[in-house]
Design a protein around this ligand. Structure first.
Ligand code: AMP
Length: 475
């Protein structure tokens, strides 16, 4: 199989949203607010598709949600059902035609589809479909999914049956929302790798990647979509089909570490509490004598508060983030990334000068940003900088929807903790243990995929060090 195609488009970080209205709500506007709340899951493109009496109208473009949708555009999107999508992908796949939702017409009707996750066998399915004459217009997995549903729909009675067949073919992570002329359908992969939850506004239903999007539209949380579950919302209300699932679940632990918003609750565990717990455990595992605890905004802040509470070392704001700049990681090349950091973050000299600092961040990926921040603190007069990371060393690429670079670029894949300390220029460095990390999402109903840390992929993945045989993954 040609894994180069696969690797080129490896990892789309995305957020999905869907709404079925029974109360006369403005579905496009609510989807807009929902996507706004999910913007952290993808800043490259966004789109909304609305079912207008059997026709599917849509608008999608490159850019941030508020830049893409004007009041005028939203007013033109009227209907009873809507789905939306925000997306960020690696540069190779950064094209307008890859923006979602994907809207298609097929023999049995019309459908729009939005996907968060990454299929590990999409290239193989695509090749097979192309062999039989199928034309593809994008490089996204959603088009592969849409094609499979369309094919199975020809020989099956309803779309649910076609979707179940499609689910039997695809492997990987997926949280999907599908809009048909009469239904809103939400689907979560059999291992529950990516999150998906259900909410309600009066008699209307909402499906979203994270509960923070339910809050944004005033929806009451009902429950998470279960791993392998398909929920179907129609005039008659909500029904569900539970497909066959393995006896384990594998929610992505990186949702708790970095990706999700702290005000979200995933499978019963609060992201905020998980990050705070990680900080507390980090203080126990890696204590240090210091004057101040600071966090790297934004994803390191909650863990820093936990570290401070546990250690008794005062918490202080030592770094300020320019809130009008997007994630530096999103910049396409290294040089831009390095310049971006200077724009994004600055040290507060009066807070750190002459102090021994414990600096907390959620993760070190390449080490580039961390090195610059340590230097920034030293330039501002910090006496010592002790780096503490509220997750474990990232040694393996993700194939399931988090934008981690190839192993070559992961600093922990080829360096010891002491070598990394030296590279980033910190006075000491401590990472949270794997055991500690996996216990941080207190109350979680799911167990976790932690492959980026331990290489234990929950299914066969391309190339790099596939340790599918890890004990915890035997199904
Ligand atoms: P670096 O020192 O260059 O490895 O950057 C570390 C920073 O990257 C940390 O502040 C993390 O919060 C952040 N980070 C980790 N994973 C991602 C991701 N997938 N997208 C954007 N930023 C990330």
């Amino acid at each position: 199989m040609n894994w180069d195609i696969r690797l080129d488009k490896l990892n789309e970080e995305c957020g999905v949203f869907g709404i079925f209205d029974n109360d006369g709500l403005d579905v496009a506007k609510l989807t807009y607010y929902g996507l706004y709340a999910l913007q952290h899951r993808g800043q490259e493109s966004a789109g909304i598709a609305v079912n207008n009496d059997g026709n599917i109208d849509y608008h999608k473009d490159m850019g941030l949600v508020p830049d893409i949708f004007s009041e005028n555009v939203l007013n033109g999107l009227k209907g009873q059902i809507a789905i939306g999508h925000v997306r960020y992908s690696t540069t190779g796949a950064s094209h307008r035609e890859n923006a979602q939702p994907m809207v298609i017409k097929y023999k049995n009707g019309k459908m729009a589809l939005a996907h968060n996750g990454n299929l590990v066998n999409a290239a193989e399915i695509r090749e097979n479909l192309e062999e039989s004459g199928t034309i593809f217009q994008s490089t996204i997995d959603s088009e592969v999914i849409a094609n499979l549903i369309s094919r199975y729909r020809v020989t099956n009675n309803n779309i649910e049956e076609a979707i179940e067949k499609m689910m039997g073919d695809i492997r990987g992570s997926y949280a999907l929302v599908i809009l048909t002329p009469r239904k809103l359908i939400g689907i979560r992969d059999p291992l529950g790798i990516r999150p998906l939850c259900i909410g309600r506004i009066d008699d209307s239903y909402v499906i979203a990647s994270e509960t923070c999007a339910l809050d944004a539209v005033g929806a009451r949380f009902i429950r998470d979509v279960l791993p392998g579950e398909m929920v179907i919302i129609s005039e008659g209300g909500l029904t569900s089909i539970q497909t066959k699932v393995p006896d384990t679940t594998k929610l992505c632990i990186f949702e708790h570490v970095y990706f999700a918003r702290p005000d979200s609750i995933i499978d019963g565990a609060s992201v905020h509490s998980a990050r705070k717990e990680a900080g507390k455990r980090l203080a126990i595992e890696h204590p240090v004598e210091a004057d101040l605890v600071i966090g790297v905004p934004d994803s390191g802040l909650t863990a820093a508060i936990g570290y401070s509470e546990q250690s008794g070392i005062p918490y202080e704001q030592g770094l300020i983030k320019n809130r009008y700049v997007g994630r530096t990681f999103i910049q396409p090349d290294q040089q831009q990334r390095e310049t971006g950091v200077k724009i994004k973050l600055n040290a507060i000299k009066s807070a750190v000068e002459g102090k021994r600092i414990v600096m907390i961040d959620d993760s070190i990926v390449r080490g580039t940003t961390t090195k610059r921040i340590v230097q920034m603190l030293k330039d501002a007069g910090a006496k010592e900088v002790h780096m503490r990371v509220s997750s474990s060393p990232i040694k393996h690429s993700c194939y399931f929807g988090i934008d981690t670079p190839s192993r070559k670029q992961l600093v922990a894949a080829s360096h010891s903790v002491e070598e990394i300390r030296n590279i980033i220029g910190a006075d000491s460095l401590g990472y949270l243990s794997m055991e500690g990390l996996l216990e941080t999402p207190v109350g979680s109903k799911c167990s976790f995929c932690s492959a980026c840390f331990d290489g234990c992929y929950p299914m066969e993945v391309p190339k790099e060090g596939n340790k599918f045989s890890c004990e915890s993954n035997k199904q």
